[in-house]
Design a protein around this ligand. Structure first.
Ligand code: ZN
Length: 194
């Protein structure tokens, strides 16, 4: 389990990334860290891409319905407007942001803020998703969380799309995606035929 580094007296901030497949608990982990920061008396601001409207518009909501208020923003540059008094910046669904997010979170960390980012590391094709591989490269702390493969019960790292739509961004829930391990992901839709 991730434990917060001791930040008293530290001048610069840092970047944490929580990544994994769908249903791996990324947002739950983001919310857990934000709650602990709030208990520690830290000032928090949370952002998410405007594209993610699966649930309430201004909330970061996990699958188990835990939530935090979040500002939906269309461009990653909007996070730079965060007030100087904010200690912790949370970002959910970071895979949907533009690549400039990488520079912007570094600027926030340089300004002394703790930045906690959650996002899908791979899209449904198994390809690194949007700015995520770059964020992983520049982060001080990385946590990869795993779902459970819905076919064999091993740790799942892949998001398998059940329909055949080809767009990279298809928002959906359990009716459209499954978490799968590497082996079951490679078996494709054979697993859904019986
Ligand atoms: Zn499996």
């Amino acid at each position: 389990m991730f434990l917060e580094p001791h930040f008293k007296g530290q001048r610069s901030g840092w970047i944490e990334v929580v990544c994994g497949s769908m249903f791996s608990g990324k947002t739950e982990e983001l919310i857990r860290r934000l709650k602990r920061a709030r208990i520690a008396g830290q000032t928090i601001e949370v952002f998410k891409p405007k594209i993610d409207t699966r649930y309430a518009d201004e909330k970061v909501v996990s699958h188990d319905e835990n939530f935090f208020l979040a500002a939906p923003i269309a461009q990653s540059a909007a996070i730079l407007k965060v007030a100087d008094t904010v200690n912790v910046v949370g970002i959910d669904e970071a895979q949907f942001f533009d690549l400039q997010l990488v520079d912007h979170v570094q600027e926030l960390a340089n300004r002394g803020k703790r930045v906690i980012i959650a996002g899908l590391d791979m899209d449904f094709r198994g390809i690194p998703f949007g700015p995520m591989p770059h964020l992983l490269a520049v982060a001080e702390y990385i946590t990869k969380v795993h779902a459970i493969c819905s076919h064999c019960g091993n740790l799942a790292t892949h998001s398998y799309r059940l329909d055949d739509a080809q767009a990279t961004v298809v928002l959906g829930e359990k009716d459209r995606y499954e978490a799968r391990c590497r082996n079951c992901y490679g078996m494709g839709n054979i697993l859904n035929l019986h």
